[in-house]
Write a protein that binds this ligand. Sequence first.
Ligand code: AMP
Length: 582
Amino acid sequence: MRVFSLESVIEEFEALTKDAGRLQRETLRKILEQNGEAEYLQSLGLGGRTDPGSFKACVPLATHSDLQPYIQRIVDGETSPILTGKPITSISLSSGTTQGKPKFIPFNDELVHSTMQIYRTSFAFRNREYPIGNGKALQFIYSSKQVKTKGGLTATTATTNVYRSKQFKHTMKDIQSQCCSPDEVIFGSDFQQSLYCHLLCGLIYSDEVQLVSSTFAHSIVHAFRTFEQVWEELCEDIREGVLSSRITIPSMRAAVSKLLRPNPSLAYSIYNKCASLSNWYGLIPELWPNAKYVCGIMTGSMEPYLKKLRHYAGSLPLMSADYGSSEGWIGANVNPSLPPESATFAVLPNIGYFEFIPLKRPEEQGEENSASTIHYVEAEPIGLAEVEVGKEYEILVTNFAGLYRYRLGDVVKVAGFHNSTPELQFICRRSLVLSINIDKNTEKDLQLAVEEAAKLLAAEKLELVDFTSHVDTSTDPGHYVIFWELCSKTAEDVLRSCCNCLDLSFVDAGYVSSRKVGAIGPLELRVVRKGTFHKILDHYLGLGGAVSQFKTPRFVSSSNSNVLQILNRNVSGCYFSTAYGM
Ligand code: AMP
């Protein structure tokens, strides 16, 4: 019988973070000892040394493309130790939404293990402040396609690798978060059908549901937008005890049908609750009266969905989940009561060796620049114990799955310390999205500009469903294009004002000066028809992506022609900014 105690999880975390610097050195030693015979490390001349100094002197910083040739040989089935001592057991496909194509990343049991440690840690802290009872979780989780590589390894998304693992079920039980839906729903091959069944199972167990969650907040918002369309059908299924004919996958039908009995009183109660809601405000607590909170990653590129999520969550608190990537986890949210906008992630010093590249503002950029418009000068990477509160860093990961000084591409800020381990705030992806000449804008800059312009929509009670951007260089000079999907038809004059507001909200000095002298043309707002972003999601799923890891690409380059075509074919209106008089 396994005994799981929240106090012991907290105690363990307190112990791990007591002397994080020492534990980091030990973790590095373990990683290098385990993998010392791997070809990659051998070729760098470490010669069995495992101390941070030798490691930094011998091992170069690596991007994904530096490691790609090694990973490719693993994918192709070479079994000699290439990146790790023990063989890699499967391959993760990262969402790759930004680049437009998935990346291969090594995966092994160590990653499952650290994922569970992260889940348990944040749950223990969350449960201390927001205790949940025994029950179930309405989890919008989806596996993605699993394919065999030429070398016989399973390649699938990192989340699927985790859901497949034995430990996942144990941990969900430990943290009282067992999914309402059977495995046939999570592992179903059609996302729309899985989503419908998740909603249905959630309703069947509506009194038992203690929390609503997903990996990224986007999936929760997407689920309830869908609920608005299908709620009557769900009620009918519950009333009659017969699953809708839209579920055609036999295993899913069988598994969900087993849970269905005709239940007219439940159907009647759900129907009345839905009918009484005003614009679906507070939908979650109304239908799941025992839910204590809504949980998922809500930071970074998920922030634009917070408004809608709060609308559905009504009085329920939002808990921002942990920070990690397909490449490995980094930190757990141990301050659950902070609102998602200021969520922090305490680094777990035993799951990897973390370094931080200090990012400094160039001299000419004054303090008045917002966090996002800073473009950085790099200094030498420093260790976890040396970071300073208030400073920003790019994070480097070395872990048990064959990544060494790997540039994750994320910018984080140190918000404080938990014992001696830093608590990080996610700032943004490092890469620029919008840039034509001297202008520089990150995803975050785009998000801020869109938020500013969307205020004009809110004043008209209109809602932005999703957005992305593109640089159009087919015009001379080139110009920024912002794509918007809106909930309902919007007056032309409002959209013209939004377009001007967007143009003026890119405050990066390079952009402003280029616009003033006409080196960048007027910003263009292209409004796309309802459902366009759903088509983009479907496109990525077709490439083997997973809904559980989906992040709307905030920039679509010309080389990503499929997505660009989806967008352009669905344009219903175009507006050019007159903000700079041309
Ligand atoms: P993936 O490649 O699909 O595994 O996505 C990993 C990326 O998602 C990270 O590098 C981050 O940019 C982003 N991400 C993951 N967790 C968080 C979080 N808690 N807050 C903000 N962004 C996150």
